[in-house]
Design a protein around this ligand. Structure first.
Ligand code: DP6
Length: 339
């Protein structure tokens, strides 16, 4: 039996959002995006090569491994085939995967999940791929944001004019600038409309093209803010871009409303924090939950204010992290009743 490889990969939060695609099937984005890789919100994936048979995909759930089902299983199976095709390999795999995210937190796990799967499969095959190649492969899962989760710190994923090879690149390490991301969970149910549908509808919004024209200046501003660790400059731009993602979504045909009433309440709390001298800034992905970025020195005060906001049901505290890592323990060993 082959060696088991276990990889833990983090989620990321975009400060300039990927929204809308040139080629959705191959996850070719309409615009470049920049994100901060997280550290506690992770997916853990164990992979070993099967001696015979088809791929087996298991989901770790409270110390037990169960066969994965439905579209979750299908997306992983499709990505395993894509990896085989791209790498010219024929092996079949046993895969077990688990998320650290709090139960039903309604947070996207595909970026961390596909990053972990991509890195674990390449290591199980004995390949030593660089992060650029891993980024290109992770993106082919269809979860474009997975292309950013194979690297730590601050990561830019460029746009390309066609489906050719292109990868994310690290702008700065987690050591260069560590910020906290206090995530206010206001909605635990999964979102109604997937990011995939959001990307599909984005170009129907009258605001879509206009956003693309202002993005080069915004991207330059974010790169500079990261280089100078300038939270006020980063914060102003990341709020603008988050609002515009939702403006595009709300004005798409048919429209998509990701926010809940408590999303607006949290945004108001963050503005109040700033008035009170605590620099904190909000951003929302394709969902109602709010990521609040602040300096580590302000994390406790921010968390306290968010918890006191009506409609906030849970907080997740995270911060800048350094990317995927290999673990010694495997989900196969941990699981009860799986040999
Ligand atoms: C709003 O197509 O990467 O998070 O696979 O569901 O994670 P998932 O979505 P993906 O689109 C991400 C959309 C976004 C913005 C971003 O992360 O850039």
């Amino acid at each position: 039996m082959s060696e088991t490889v276990t990889v833990q990969a983090p989620a990321n939060i975009a400060v300039i959002k990927y929204w809308g695609a040139r080629d959705l099937q191959h996850a070719v984005p309409a615009n470049p995006s920049i994100s901060m890789t997280l550290s506690s919100c992770v997916s853990t994936t164990s992979v070993r090569i099967r001696d015979a048979g088809a791929d087996e995909i298991l989901l770790g759930d409270g110390g037990v491994l169960r066969p994965a089902e439905g579209s979750f299983r299908d997306r992983i199976a499709a990505h395993l085939q894509t990896l085989r095709d791209c790498l010219g390999r024929h092996e079949r795999f046993v895969v077990a995967t688990r998320n650290s995210f709090p139960a039903a937190a309604g947070m996207a796990s595909s970026a961390s999940g596909f990053a972990a799967l991509t890195v674990a499969v390449s290591e199980a095959l004995g390949l030593r791929l660089d992060t650029e190649r891993l980024s290109e492969l992770a993106r082919l899962s269809g979860s474009g944001s997975a292309a950013r989760s194979v690297m730590g710190g601050w990561v830019e994923w460029p746009a390309a004019s066609s489906g050719e090879r292109f990868a994310a690149m690290q702008l700065a390490s987690a050591e260069h600038w560590t910020l906290c991301d206090v995530i206010a969970i206001v909605q635990q149910a999964p979102k109604d409309v997937s990011s995939l549908d959001g990307h599909r509808r984005a170009a129907t919004s009258p605001h879509f093209e206009r956003r693309l024209t202002v993005l080069p200046a915004r991207l330059a501003g974010v790169r500079q803010a990261i280089a100078h660790r300038d939270l006020a400059a980063l914060g102003e731009i990341l709020e603008q871009d988050a609002i515009e993602l939702h403006l595009v979504a709300m004005s798409s045909r048919p429209p998509i409303y990701y926010w809940a009433p408590a999303t607006l309440a949290v945004m108001q709390t963050v503005r109040n924090l700033r008035v009170a001298g605590r620099p904190a800034f909000y951003t929302m992905d394709a969902g109602a939950n709010v990521h609040v970025l602040c300096a580590p020195a302000d994390e406790d005060a921010v968390a306290q204010a968010l918890l006191a906001t009506p409609g906030v049901v849970e907080l997740v505290r995270d911060r800048t992290g350094s990317g995927p890592r290999r673990l010694e323990t495997s989900l196969f060993d941990e699981a009860i009743g799986h040999g």
